[in-house]
Design a protein around this ligand. Structure first.
Ligand code: AMP
Length: 261
């Protein structure tokens, strides 16, 4: 009998349609699908954010019953970190800017735990969302640099009907914040239109986005960047594939979104 292929979908739980889409893709491309749920403490630079991160394990298990997966790995923190790690995975060129600036240490914690999870799962393929664009770029680079034998597969963003990118954090928005949050997607679409009509200046596009989102009183812009889609380095004129990356805060929740230009 030939060897069975396996696909791995790491998550932090509070599952939604975005996660389920990753699982469906893994299901269609592999014989065996493994899912993990682990809220990794070392990637939270803010203790309050860690404490408030939604945990809905019973509901997640119900959703997984219909997701046609083969195994769920849901370890405790003690199981993943029997003692504090003395090894840190750092991908500094890709990690230091953008979200890395807003959340110091976040990407080291993420890269370290993803390395552990990939080593535990030993899967042929691992699936990650393009919503977390910088995260995906870091993981691809780390897997290449360290010869980790899993193929990393990026999956496009899954959105709510009104355009808001699905996120476990959305459930922490008040109803007013939830109603206001699609401004992120709407503004991104309008900026992409401007670019299609000929605007190639990064400054002009960022200024436009800043003005539009600032007009929403519940939104606080944390960062707006347009960077080279490959190496995430800053650019001034869009003359090659670029990534538009937004971090916008509503209440105490920071939402992220991205689009390729
Ligand atoms: P999280 O549980 O938020 O750490 O997400 C687990 C995986 O699901 C990550 O690879 C995310 O990028 C991915 N993911 C989360 N939300 C979405 C979404 N709306 N669309 C596609 N992938 C997503």
């Amino acid at each position: 009998m030939s060897r069975k292929s396996s696909g791995f979908v790491p998550t932090m739980g509070a599952l939604h349609e975005g996660h389920l889409t990753l699982m469906r893709q893994a299901r269609s491309e592999n014989d065996i699908v493994i899912v993990s749920i682990f809220v990794n403490p070392t990637q939270f630079n803010d203790a309050v954010d860690l404490e408030k991160y939604p945990r809905t394990f019973e509901r997640d298990c119900e959703l997984l019953k219909n997701a046609q997966i083969d195994a769920l790995f849901a370890p405790d923190a003690d199981e993943i970190y029997p003692t504090p790690m003395d090894t840190i995975i750092d991908v500094p060129l890709l990690s230091k800017g953008l979200i890395g600036k807003l959340r110091p240490g976040h990407f080291q914690g993420m890269a370290s735990v993803v390395t552990k999870l990939l080593n535990i799962a030993q899967a042929d393929r691992a699936y990650f969302g393009e919503k977390d664009y910088q995260q995906l770029a870091i993981i691809k680079r780390m897997v290449f640099d360290l010869n980790i034998p899993s193929e990393i597969i990026g999956v496009p963003i899954v959105r709510e009907a009104d355009g808001l990118a699905m996120s476990s954090r959305n459930m922490r928005l008040s109803s007013k914040e939830r109603a206001a949050a699609p401004i992120i997607y709407k503004t991104m679409e309008r900026a992409l239109n401007k670019h299609t009509l000929g605007e190639t200046s990064v400054n002009a596009l960022i200024e436009f986005i800043t003005d539009e989102i600032s007009a929403e009183p519940l939104a606080t812009i944390k960062s707006i960047d347009i960077v080279d889609a490959e190496n995430l380095q800053p650019m001034t004129i869009i003359n090659r594939p670029a990534a538009l990356l937004l971090n916008v805060q509503f209440g105490d929740v920071i939402l992220i979104d991205q689009s390729i230009i």
